[in-house]
Write a protein that binds this ligand. Structure first.
Ligand code: ZN
Length: 297
């Protein structure tokens, strides 16, 4: 009898502890990392996409809907990065807690200033970035801003844990500031360097560290390179000292490789999310890896 009561008490205790945890679903691994840092023990977070997938064209798995069904909070990148895959899943999951317009949906793009926002509403044909460039989180200075937005939302949902979220945010942001100045120092020698990139993944990163974009291999975001477009790029290469050709890890690299060999310009493959390549297993090591690959360290 005594043992039974003890078992019941332990069970009650455990179920109470798990009930306090906010169930969070993040669309991408970098978001899950931020939520974990800020939420700590008080959240349970699951990332839908893997970091080595093309973030624009995620092929959903059946488990995605199950995760969305039990979520208290869904945190997305926004800026239409998820437009090609998330809306039908949200419909199917039919979870009223995380629908648009509720506090259970947090769109992180609202916390930052987007670049390349088109001045006209007409969407250029095929451009996958009609609302501006959604790869804002690759500016490491934006990461603490996103963490703050997460802390704010979690505190609204769980006011009793607000002090914990706020303390977690402070310790994360403080250690991030140290890393940011380290990355700034390491990248200083590259300031002013001209680069070509395949997709407009690193525009925010380049703006932060004063790298200059000379052109992209894609004629428009999401449109594969054409021979006519490559000819135009070759004219730029002949007239400019191009330091790197940046390639992401999920698009075909044949065009970048061709230009790299023909004009003896180093091609650098860069990870775009946590888990994109071995060595980029966390949000800090993601940027360590990017900086390391650019500086050959
Ligand atoms: Zn993109």
């Amino acid at each position: 009898m005594k043992r039974c009561i003890l078992a019941l008490a332990v069970f009650a205790c455990f179920s109470q502890a798990s009930a306090r945890r906010v169930q969070v679903v993040a669309t991408y691994p970098y978001i899950a990392e931020i939520v974990e840092k800020v939420g700590g023990e008080n959240v349970r977070v699951h990332a839908l996409a893997r970091g080595d997938w093309n973030p624009h064209t995620i092929v959903p798995r059946p488990s995605f809907i199950a995760h969305l069904r039990k979520a208290d909070l869904l945190v997305i990148n926004g800026g239409q990065l998820e437009i090609g895959w998330l809306p039908p899943l949200l419909n199917q999951a039919n979870n009223p807690k995380i629908q648009a317009g509720t506090s259970g949906l947090l769109d992180l793009s609202g916390a930052v200033t987007m670049i390349d926002v088109p001045s006209s509403v007409s969407r250029a044909q095929g451009d996958v970035h009609p609302e501006g460039n959604p790869h804002y989180y690759l500016d490491p200075a934006n990461i603490p801003i996103l963490a703050e937005a997460v802390a704010e939302r979690l505190s609204e949902m769980e006011p009793g844990s607000a002090a914990v979220f706020s303390a977690n945010l402070k310790s994360f942001s403080d250690s991030w500031a140290v890393k940011l100045s380290e990355w700034e120092n390491r990248l200083k020698p590259l300031s002013g360097a001209m680069v070509i990139e395949y997709h407009k993944n690193f525009d925010y990163f380049m703006r932060r560290f004063q790298l200059k974009l000379a052109g992209t291999l894609e004629p428009l975001p999401g449109i594969p390179p054409t021979s006519r477009h490559i000819e135009g790029l070759e004219q730029i290469i002949k007239n400019t000292h191009i330091r790197f050709i940046l390639q992401d890890i999920y698009n075909p690299d044949a065009a970048a490789r061709h230009l790299s060999q023909k004009y003896k310009i180093p091609m650098v493959a860069l990870p775009h999310d946590v888990g994109a390549v071995p060595g980029a297993e966390g949000i800090v090591t993601l940027f360590d890896e990017i900086v390391g690959r650019l500086t050959h360290e």
